[in-house]
Design a binder for this molecule. Structure first.
Ligand code: SF4
Length: 353
C-alpha cells in the first residue's frame, strides 16, 4: 500500500485499521517470527492505521507495533500496572497521584497500539466511555481545589470526535482552579490527517497543550510534519515524550535525529522515559546505566533545547524522577535503586542479564 491507496479522511483510517495477520500481510511481508507471534496468543491489543502501515519498512517502527512472542514472557518485577495507577484511582475515569495534577482517562481507544504501552491493561479493551459518565469526575475535580493541571489521556483522546472533545474540554475549562489542560496523544504520528483546521481551532479555544509521543525520526514524515506545523500555526504548545527502546532508539545518532527533527516542527523534546516495567516489556528495556550514558552524550554536545530530561517513572507511583548521572542510582542485584522527589526509595527492575 502507498499513500495513494488510502483515504486521507481520519475516520476512514480508523474504520479501516489493520487488525489481523492476514490484513497486515496484504501490506508488508511478515517475517517467520512475526507470523509465529500471530499464531500464538497475543496478550496486548493489536491495531495499526493504514497510514502508519506504510512506515513499517522502517525496522525500528516495525518493532513498536507488530506483536512478537517476547511479549508473552513476564519478566521479574514486571507488572500489569507498573505505575500503581489503580491504587490512586479516584473515580472510574480519574487517577490522582500528584497533589495538583490528575490523569483523566478519557478513552481506552488508540488508533494504533504500541507494544510497550504502560497502560496495556486497559487500552483497546471494550470499555466505552461516554461524556455522560464523566460527571462524577468533573465533580471530583471541582471539589478538589488543589488540582491545577488536568492531563487527558487513555487511550488517545484525539481519536474522539470534535463535538465530544469540545464538550469535555468546555466542562473542564469551566472549573476555575484548573489552570492547565494537556492532552497526551500519538495521533499526529499515527493518524496525522486527524489534525484538521477545525480540531486545531478547538484546541486553541480551550488553550490545550499537547504532550506527543514520538519514538524515532522515521515517524517525522511529510504528513506528520504538516500536522505539527498546523498545530503550531494555531498556537498550540507541544512537547514530546519519547520512550527509550532497546534496538529502536537507544543510540546517540537516533536520538539526535529525532530531537532536532522535533524542534524543526515546534515540538520541544520534554522527556526521554526509561521504559516502564510493564508485563512483557523486557525485550524493549535498556539498562538504566545505558540511559544515563545516552543522555550524557547529548548534554553539552547538542543545543540544550533539543535535550529532554531522562526520567524513570518510579514503579508503584513515586512520580517521574529526572536522572542526571550514575551517582544518583545504586545497583542492588537486578534492581536499580533511587530516591524520588520526596526522598523516598524506589526500585526499577533492571536485570543484568
Ligand atoms: S498511543 Fe499511548 S496509550 Fe496508546 S498504545 Fe501507544 S503508548 Fe499506549
Amino acid at each position: 500500500m502507498n499513500t495513494k491507496d488510502f483515504s486521507n479522511d481520519w475516520k476512514w483510517q480508523i474504520a479501516n485499521r489493520i487488525h489481523t495477520q492476514e490484513q497486515l500481510a496484504e501490506h508488508i511481508t511478515l517475517s517467520e517470527k512475526e507470523r509465529a507471534a500471530f499464531e500464538g496468543e497475543i496478550p496486548l491489543s493489536f491495531a495499526v492505521t493504514p497510514y502508519y502501515t506504510t512506515l513499517l519498512n522502517s525496522s525500528a517502527l516495525r518493532k513498536t507495533v507488530i506483536p512478537t512472542d517476547a511479549e508473552n514472557h513476564v519478566g521479574t518485577g514486571e507488572l500489569a500496572d507498573p505505575l500503581g495507577e489503580e491504587d490512586h484511582r479516584a473515580t472510574p475515569h480519574l487517577i490522582h497521584t500528584y497533589p495538583d495534577k490528575v490523569l483523566f482517562l478519557a478513552t481506552t481507544f488508540c488508533s494504533t497500539y504500541c507494544r510497550y504501552c504502560t497502560r496495556s491493561r486497559i487500552v483497546g479493551k471494550p470499555l466505552t466511555f461516554d461524556v455522560s459518565t464523566f460527571e462524577e469526575t468533573f465533580q471530583y475535580i471541582e471539589q478538589h481545589t488543589e488540582i491545577r493541571d488536568v492531563l487527558l489521556s487513555g487511550g488517545d483522546p484525539l481519536t474522539m470526535t470534535d463535538s465530544v472533545l469540545d464538550e469535555l474540554l468546555s466542562r473542564i475549562r469551566s472549573i476555575p482552579h484548573v489552570k492547565m489542560v494537556r492532552i497526551g496523544s500519538k495521533v499526529p504520528v499515527v493518524l496525522p490527517m486527524r489534525i484538521t483546521d477545525e480540531l486545531c481551532s478547538l484546541l486553541r479555544k480551550h488553550r490545550v497543550w499537547l504532550s506527543l509521543h514520538f519514538i524515532h525520526a522515521d515517524e517525522l514524515t511529510e504528513e506528520t510534519q504538516q500536522a505539527c506545523r498546523k498545530l503550531a500555526d494555531h498556537g498550540i504548545g507541544m512537547v514530546s515524550q519519547t520512550v527509550l527502546l532497546k534496538g529502536i532508539n537507544d543510540n546517540t545518532p537516533a536520538l539526535i535525529d529525532l530531537f532536532y527533527g522535533l524542534l524543526e516542527i515546534n515540538v520541544k523534546p520534554y522527556y526521554l522515559l526509561q521504559c516502564d516495567p510493564v508485563h512483557g516489556s523486557r525485550h524493549f528495556r535498556t539498562s538504566v546505566e545505558k540511559g544515563i550514558e545516552l543522555i550524557q552524550s547529548l548534554h553539552g554536545s547538542i543545543c540544550g533545547l533539543a535535550v529532554p530530561q531522562y526520567v524513570i517513572d518510579a514503579p508503584g507511583g513515586g512520580g517521574k524522577v529526572p536522572i542526571l548521572g550514575k551517582e544518583q542510582i545504586r545497583r542492588d542485584g537486578d534492581d536499580v535503586v533511587f530516591l524520588n522527589y520526596l526522598g523516598k526509595e524506589y526500585r526499577y527492575p533492571d536485570p543484568l542479564i
